[in-house]
Ligand binder design. Structure first.
Ligand SMILES: [Mg+2]
Length: 282
């Protein structure tokens, strides 16, 4: 940091779009959080905006814990990379390509799903089990009193994972059981940067899973990549994510405004509705 104050990195990104990899989360970032995760949709205008960005940027990638097919259905636009299940799946030529090592763990995931479906706490709580094929997710969001069940459901998830050699990825009232791939948003971010040859990087996310992307951005910054971490504020966004971000935007609307500023070839700085993080401490 220079004493004169650093230039606004958002302007730098606008200028350097052709050398920038843009890594975006989906739920809570491009799509508002909704009670039924299956009905999540990107904000109006976002798919067209992504297509415009893909023409300007070195890479535009959606990196999500969702299956790649889910992303394809909702945001499958020309030139945008879709990495599902944290990079275990990717859409190539509108077909889902899967890591073969992960495929081998499918029976363990099926067994964990059956266990959880019969688990008394899971059943009694009314938790929804999402079958992702190669992962199973326990959702408490739609339950009337999730706080009452969170600890017990979390421990049921951990037990089932341990029994079947899976790992647990916790989120906001969700626990994902998946094969221990070593993949997270961080490895997906690294992959996108490496494959695009980008020298600049933007990572945008709203949840705990996005921290890995932020940490990868930090590591890449140490390797000479100019990285910008953007957190999306919501009533539930984790404080640690907001703390580690370079900027905080308000909800998917704030993300859309930021992306619109970058899709504009004139590189109009996002001065309206996009304040620098206003909760910054010393
Ligand atoms: Mg999210």
């Amino acid at each position: 940091m220079s004493a004169a104050g650093p230039p606004d990195p958002r302007r730098e990104i606008a200028r350097e779009a052709a050398r920038t990899a843009l890594c975006l989360d989906f739920d809570g970032t491009l799509a508002p959080i909704v009670p039924d995760p299956e009905t999540a949709m990107p904000l109006p205008g976002v798919p067209a905006l992504l297509a415009r960005l893909a023409r300007r940027f070195a890479a535009v990638a959606l990196i999500s814990g969702r299956p790649a097919a889910y992303l394809l259905e909702r945001a499958g636009v020309e030139g945008v990379r879709l990495l599902g299940l944290y990079g275990v799946e990717e859409v190539v030529d509108r077909r889902v390509r899967l890591d073969p090592e992960v495929e081998a763990a499918r029976p363990a995931v099926r067994a964990a799903l059956a266990d959880l479906g019969a688990h008394p706490t899971v059943v009694e709580s009314g938790a929804w089990l999402e079958d992702k094929g190669l992962a199973v997710v326990v959702h408490l969001r739609r339950v009337a009193d999730p706080g009452r069940w969170a600890a017990a459901v979390a421990s049921a998830a951990r037990e089932a994972a341990e029994r079947h050699g899976l790992e647990v990825l916790p989120g906001r009232l969700v626990w994902e059981l998946r094969p221990p791939t070593g993949r997270d948003k961080g490895s997906a971010v690294r992959q996108v940067v490496a494959e695009s040859g980008a020298r600049f990087l933007v990572v945008v996310g709203d949840d705990l899973g996005d921290l890995a992307g932020f940490r990868a951005a930090d590591a890449l910054a140490a390797e000479g990549i100019r990285a910008l971490k953007v957190a999306v504020r919501s009533p539930e966004s984790p404080a640690v994510l907001l703390d580690e971000a370079d900027f905080v935007v308000d909800g998917p609307e704030g993300v859309r405004a930021l992306l619109e500023s970058w899709a504009d070839p004139a590189g109009r700085p996002p001065s309206v509705g996009m304040p620098p993080r206003d909760d910054a401490g010393p």
